[in-house]
Design a protein. Structure first.
Length: 652
């Protein structure tokens, strides 16, 4: 998207934003289309597109700009677009080549390899060489080349060697400055290292001057990624920092590289098919599809979206003898990991909630909207928080919802707002323990006869253009696929955001994998669904036609739970003492797990301008100075937790 915040040198003079979309035209390759307020005045732009390239469209002219499949980037100053990809293979090696598209006044792009009178399908000799001698003898179609631009307009290109020799499947990065016209690239640097021995699917995000984050899927097993060798895959990230000159341009000197493992457990097992849309013909595992990306938030912290198929779900009987000859085990659960410490892409240290176990999670009110865009909040679906506890053989799952007192009214509101088939209201808390997804649920109808149940999640497997795999994760009601549990719904006389209803499910731990006090329940989340069918009755035919699928209205996600983790900090000796025109507070905290900071209050007035941060010690001291009258008590210490709740300790 071209929507520059400042001055530009772009020839484009049309309305902003200008949105480009590139897709692979199977006739000849890359096809660029564009959308702005001129071509798509309402409700766009972004919904309707027209040809966006000189010499196109390819299906008519047979010219498609070089770079199909490579992820593009755009310069917000010139409006140029960039796309890199493997060139032609020669004796098992290839070059990484870059194409640049320059817009005209209406945003139509002319690429470096544009057709000439003698070369009507394009002139590849005009492409820019990023790297040479790159392994390319595996014959695969996937493993795309990706690019990104940083704040100083340095262009990064990343790729993985497409080699038949597994050890040569390493991740590489090269960079060029805007001052060079993005035509002189640095010597490629390998950014992957042990324990990530074999790697696929790179992605890259530029940040501050000279900084980029590269992510990929890697395994410790030195085997062909497409082989069924029982390999375990994790997400890895390397932060690459190149030296820059006085204006932020890269100098070409070697960078520093810092690699970390992102995923807390393997996110995929066994083979990854690299044949693209031909995977279905090879019966290859394409459960991961291409849904993988790294971005940064406003603080510079990396945010990574990836598929987690470690659950091993597959629909019994979907293929003969359950041999996975057509489909493959592992439902793709789209997962987001956010960097919570260390240097970010903007050069400063970042912070945020860690993955340390806690017992609860809060969720804002008013976000149970239907429709999602310009919809109205549904109080009967509005989740405010989720919590867990384990005692003896019972796992207690608690969900706070604004109003569970009138299921008939909730169903009617959803129907009025356009949710077809609001027959079943379902409140599901799910988690992963080991490689299994478990859940506890309550289902209700307009008749207000709730049922409570728990078990292991199931899947509905379907086929797409390139592969068959679990497409739908289901949470069946009590019966053959789940166990009945006890539970209750407690509501005040007038439920509200401040006095909500509480859903409690007492789950026999044996029904959900027998967690112990040392068990880690990962990615716990609570969700509110509306459905026209009971989930246990959902069929392949219904799912294929998008019928009877649960519709999520709200959710609170996610936290890790461990029964032995402390749930409330133990604060000792919180005192307040006057010393002249100062007020000195002291306290000690014996257990600090899950604590993010503190606030001090005198009556209703907060005394600290910023949250008081935690530190490694157990003793704290904070001093307040004042002018005029001294602050009056009572004095209180508010202990803040990463899950959003707080406890209050009075001064003694």
């Amino acid at each position: 998207m071209y929507d520059p915040p400042g001055a530009t040198t772009s020839p484009y003079t049309g309305p902003r934003p200008l949105i480009y979309q590139e897709y692979n035209n199977l006739t000849c390759g890359a096809q660029w289309v564009k959308s702005n307020a001129t071509s798509d005045p309402s409700p766009g732009p972004g919904l309707n597109y027209v040809n966006g390239e000189t010499g196109g469209p390819g299906q008519v002219t047979m010219y498609c700009p070089f770079g199909a499949d490579g992820y593009p980037s755009i310069d917000q100053v010139t409006g140029n677009v960039f796309q890199a990809e493997y060139g032609n293979t020669n004796n098992g090696v290839s070059s990484i080549l870059l194409n640049i598209g320059t817009p005209d006044a209406i945003g139509t792009l002319t690429f470096l390899d544009a057709p000439t009178a003698t070369m009507t399908t394009g002139d590849p000799s005009k492409l820019i060489t990023v790297a040479t001698g790159v392994p390319d003898d595996s014959g695969e179609a996937a493993n795309f080349v990706v690019s990104s631009m940083d704040a100083a307009r340095n262009l990064y290109v990343a790729w993985v060697g497409r080699s038949a020799t597994p050890s040569k499947r390493q991740v590489w990065v090269s960079v060029a400055s805007a001052a060079s016209g993005w035509r002189t690239f640095s010597t490629p640097v390998q950014v992957s290292s042990a324990p990530s021995a074999v790697n696929v699917f790179p992605w890259i995000q530029g940040g501050g001057m000279g900084r980029a984050d590269v992510v990929w899927y890697g395994t410790t097993s030195n085997v062909d990624p497409s082989s069924q060798s029982g390999q375990a895959w994790n997400v890895y990230l390397s932060q690459v920092v190149f030296p820059t000159d006085g204006v932020g341009g890269v100098t070409g000197a070697a960078p520093s590289v810092t690699q970390v493992q992102v995923t807390p457990h393997p996110m995929h097992y066994n083979d990854i098919c690299l044949a693209g849309s031909a995977c279905i013909a090879q019966q290859g595992n394409r459960n991961l599809a291409d849904f993988f990306q790294v971005k940064m938030d406003l603080s510079g912290a990396a945010e990574i979206v990836y598929d987690d198929t470690s659950n091993g779900l597959t629909e019994p009987g979907f293929t003969p003898a359950n041999m996975q000859q057509v489909d493959h085990a592992g439902a793709p659960v789209i997962t987001v990991a956010r960097q919570s410490s260390g240097p970010g892409l903007l050069g400063a240290m970042v912070s945020g909630p860690s993955n340390a176990p806690v017992s609860r999670l809060s969720d804002p009110s008013g976000d149970a909207l239907y429709p999602v865009i310009k919809g109205t909040n549904v109080p009967g679906m509005d989740i405010l928080g989720s919590s867990m506890s384990l005692s003896g053989g019972t796992l207690t799952v608690t969900t706070r919802v604004v109003d569970l007192s009138n299921p008939a009214g909730t169903a009617a509101q959803l129907t009025t707002q356009g949710a077809a088939g609001s027959n079943f209201l379902q409140y599901i808390t799910r988690w992963q323990m080991g490689n299994t997804i478990y859940y506890a649920g309550m289902e209700n109808t307009a008749a207000n006869q709730p049922m409570y149940y728990a078990g292991a999640a199931q899947s509905i497997d379907l086929c797409s253009v390139s592969a068959c795999f679990p497409h739908v994760v289901t949470y069946p009601e009590a019966g053959m696929k789940a166990a009945s549990e006890t539970g209750s719904v407690s509501c005040p006389t007038v439920p509200s955001v401040t006095t909500p209803c509480t859903l409690t499910i007492s789950v026999k731990s044996a029904d959900v994998g027998s967690p112990s006090t040392s068990s880690l329940l990962e990615e716990v989340g609570s969700y509110a669904f509306v459905d026209s069918e009971a989930q246990s009755a959902l069929t392949n035919a219904q799912a294929q036609n998008d019928m009877g699928l649960p519709l999520q209205i709200d959710g609170a996600c996610c936290y890790n739970f461990n029964a032995s983790a402390p749930t409330v900090a133990r604060v000792a000796r919180f005192t307040a003492r006057h010393a002249g025109r100062a007020l000195i507070f002291r306290w000690r905290i014996a257990v600090s797990s899950g604590v993010t900071g503190f606030n001090l209050y005198a009556g209703r007035h907060r005394l600290n301008a910023r949250i008081i941060p935690t530190h490694q010690g157990v003793a704290y001291r904070y001093q307040v100075h004042w002018r005029g009258s001294a602050p009056l008590g009572p004095f209180r210490l508010h202990v803040l937790y990463r899950d959003g709740h707080q406890t209050v300790v009075p001064a003694r």
